[in-house]
Design a protein around this ligand. Structure first.
Ligand SMILES: C[S@@+](CC[C@H](N)C(=O)[O-])C[C@H]1O[C@@H](n2cnc3c(N)ncnc32)[C@H](O)[C@@H]1O
Length: 332
């Protein structure tokens, strides 16, 4: 059981009415709280919860339509995202209870201050390196449209501006990441045909490739529904076509690809998590045609080259700078 769920269960008597668990971990909490429903935007967690609890789990960037007696928010990493989620929940909870749970090292103490405009926030428990806070929503805010919280910026692709639309919680929210910028300087001579932007975030890489090569087919994949919603907005803002998939890892990607372009994940929440990237490096060959290419950017300290050579084929360093390396590997 996730330590945050354990802290909630120490106060289980508070959660007997209809309850929305927002951003919940994929553990047994729903099994223990029969009146609760879950809301997730992580395709992997959702698949695990859906397999066990079916209709009791909701997926997407918007809360489920029905009313609840109370809601719990599992504090996400990004401040912009917790702002959006607190607004989305509190605007539906006039006179009702909103709870916030999170790890101390995830900044729960500071985040609890975000509850103050709603009413008098109280710390209910502190255990397992986590805290549980509660507020009765006396001043419900107006609901804010998610799209109105998007940050818009432009990047240069072949001397032309490409519009990027980034929603709260999306990687490198509102600006181009340095690693992605270096990768964009090194996207010449990708094989034509079908390209996968793995871990697409706001869709920067896939949209840039499509802009440079209108004849190419692009698929953008991310595990996070806020990221894929951003990617759809980015493609639409530039009048570009592309397939967007919300799915967990390379297993959710199409096969027979000509190329995979990626700035792959290596942090999940406050924990470091290389699992999705390691699986990508091991299984890329199953998704690439013979002679297909994977091009990726990674921090120079990450030792990806031997893993790529073991599983895919000869791997060269195309460029290096500012602590990042660009790798190019062909499927042998
Ligand atoms: C380093 S960011 C790169 C984002 C974007 N491509 C860019 O360059 O700005 C990595 C992305 O991988 C996504 N991700 C993490 N785990 C994943 C998984 N299991 N399957 C697919 N995408 C994942 C994250 O949500 C994040 O958007």
């Amino acid at each position: 059981m996730d330590p945050r769920s354990e802290v909630l269960l120490r106060q289980a008597e508070l959660f007997q009415g209809s309850l929305l668990l927002t951003g919940l971990p994929a553990d047994d909490l729903l099994g223990t709280l029969p009146n609760a429903r879950g809301w997730s935007w992580h395709a992997g967690d959702f698949a695990a919860l859906d397999a066990r609890f079916g209709a009791r789990t909701h997926f997407g960037t918007e809360p489920p339509a029905e009313a609840f007696d109370a809601a719990v928010l599992f504090l996400p990493k990004a401040r912009d995202l917790s702002d959006y989620l607190i607004n989305a929940l509190a605007s539906r909870l006039a006179g009702k209870e909103l709870f916030l749970v999170g790890e101390k090292r995830g900044g729960i103490e500071a985040a609890a201050r975000q509850l103050s405009p709603l009413g008098r926030a109280r710390k209910l428990d502190s255990a397992r390196h986590c805290q549980l806070w509660q507020v009765t929503v006396e001043n419900p805010p107006q609901a804010v449209e998610l799209d109105s919280l998007a940050k818009h910026f432009e990047i240069d692709v072949n001397g032309e501006p490409l519009k990027i639309v980034s929603l709260p919680g999306v990687f490198s929210h509102g600006r181009l990441d340095r690693g992605s910028a270096l990768l964009l300087e090194n996207i010449a001579n990708l094989p034509t045909g079908h390209l996968l932007d793995f871990g697409c975030g706001a869709g920067v890489l896939g949209a840039a490739v499509k802009r440079r090569n209108p004849g190419m087919q692009v698929t953008l994949l991310d595990v996070d529904a806020f990221a894929t919603a951003s990617s759809r907005l980015t493609l639409a803002a530039n009048g570009l076509e592309g397939e967007v998939i919300t799915g967990d890892g390379i297993d959710a990607a199409p096969k027979h690809l000509d190329s995979i372009l990626t700035n792959p994940p290596f942090h999940t929440g406050v924990h470091t998590d290389y699992a999705a990237t390691e699986t990508l490096l091991r299984k890329a060959r199953d998704h690439l045609k013979k002679g297909g290419e994977m091009r990726l950017v990674a921090n120079s300290f990450l030792r990806y080259q031997p893993i790529i050579e073991q599983h895919l084929g000869v791997c060269a360093v195309l460029a290096e700078g500012q602590g990042f390396r660009i790798y190019r590997a062909k499927r042998g």
